[in-house]
Design a protein around this ligand. Structure first.
Ligand code: OOG
Ligand code: MG
Length: 276
C-alpha cells in the first residue's frame, strides 16, 4: 500500500510535511467511515496544513483500498463545475473524483437509503470514451473520442458531519462526496448537441430543479476537457471505456424514502432511480 501511494507521488519532497503513513491512515479513516456509514470530522480540523496535492493522494489511496475490496475503476466525476454548486458548497474550484463499478445503480433500479449516511441527488450529464484521452485535448478532440452521452444522476454522500461546509482538500480526499451514479440510455454524441439544453429533475413527477446544461462549465463537454487536463497534471490519462460525469447543473436535493427521482435532458431522454 505504501508503495502504491509513493507511486502516485511525483514530488516525493511533499511527503516531508504529510508523511505517506499519515495519508494512508486518513484514506483508511474515510474508507472505514463509508463502510460503517458513520460521519467523521473533516480532515482539516486535525490537519489544517492538508493541501490539495495531499488530498488527491488520499483519494488515490482510498481508491486502492476499494480495489483491494474488489471494486474496479470505471470512470471519473467532475465536481463544482457550475456556479450553483460552487455557491451551495461555498467552494470555487473544479475538482474530480473516481467512479467504481460498485457505485453504479442501473437506470430505473432502487437505491437503498440504508446504505448511505445523508445522501443527496443532483442532475448531471455523462460521457463515455471510446478512445483513451491524455494531455491537453481540445473540445473537438474529446467529442471525437467519445461514443456515448447520456442523462445521469449523481448520488452524493459526504462522509463528514452534517454534510457541512468543508474545504477543497476535505472534499477531494472524500472522493468529492461521490456515493453512487445512475446513467440513462446512451445517445451518439455526433447526433445530439448537449451544449445548451434544458435539464429538469423531478421527484414523484414534480419538478424540483431545472437549469440549462450550459450551467455545467459553460458547456458540459468542457468538463471533459478540464478533467483530462487535471488528470494529466497528475501524470495520468483517461482510458477508453471510461464514464465521466460532467458535474451538476443545479444544487443537490436531499433523498428520502419512497422518492422516485427522474431527470429529463432535452435530446437525451430520461434517467430514473427509486429510493427505499
Ligand atoms: C461536492 C461534489 C460536487 C458536483 O457535481 O458539482 C459535485 C459536493 O457537493 O459535496 O459532485
Ligand atoms: Mg456531482
Amino acid at each position: 500500500m505504501t508503495e502504491s501511494i509513493l507511486y502516485y507521488t511525483k514530488d516525493i519532497s511533499m511527503l516531508d510535511d504529510m508523511t505517506a503513513f499519515t495519508l494512508l491512515a486518513l484514506a483508511g479513516h474515510l474508507h472505514g467511515a463509508r463502510l460503517d456509514r458513520r460521519e467523521v470530522e473533516r480532515l482539516t480540523v486535525a490537519h489544517p496544513d492538508l493541501d490539495l496535492d495531499a488530498a488527491y493522494l488520499i483519494l488515490r489511496a482510498g481508491v486502492t483500498l476499494r480495489e483491494a475490496h474488489g471494486e474496479r475503476i470505471v470512470g471519473y466525476k467532475m465536481g463544482l463545475t457550475s456556479d450553483a454548486k460552487r455557491k451551495q458548497m461555498n467552494l470555487d474550484t473544479a475538482i474530480y473524483g473516481v467512479l467504481t463499478d460498485q457505485m453504479q445503480v442501473p437506470h430505473e433500479a432502487t437505491f437503498r437509503l440504508a446504505g448511505g449516511i445523508h445522501p443527496k441527488i443532483e442532475p448531471e450529464i455523462a460521457f463515455r470514451t471510446a478512445r483513451p484521452l491524455r494531455g491537453r485535448p481540445t473540445l473537438a478532440e474529446v467529442q471525437a473520442a467519445c461514443d456515448g452521452v447520456a442523462a445521469a444522476l449523481e448520488i452524493l454522500d459526504s462522509r463528514y458531519v452534517g454534510f457541512r461546509y468543508f474545504s477543497l482538500p476535505d472534499v477531494v480526499a472524500d472522493n468529492s462526496s461521490s456515493s453512487h451514479f445512475v446513467v440513462g440510455p446512451w445517445s451518439v454524441p455526433s447526433e445530439v448537441d448537449v451544449s445548451d439544453v434544458a435539464m429538469t429533475m423531478a421527484v414523484d413527477g414534480e419538478v424540483v430543479q431545472a437549469a440549462s446544461s450550459a450551467a455545467i462549465s459553460g458547456n458540459p463537454w468542457q468538463s471533459l476537457v478540464d478533467l483530462v487536463a487535471m488528470l494529466f497534471a497528475h501524470g495520468e490519462g483517461l482510458p477508453a471505456g471510461s464514464v465521466v460525469l460532467a458535474g451538476a447543473a443545479t444544487t443537490a436535493v436531499q433523498l428520502t424514502d419512497g422518492m422516485r427521482v427522474t431527470l429529463r435532458v432535452v435530446g437525451l431522454g430520461d434517467v430514473a432511480v427509486v429510493v427505499r
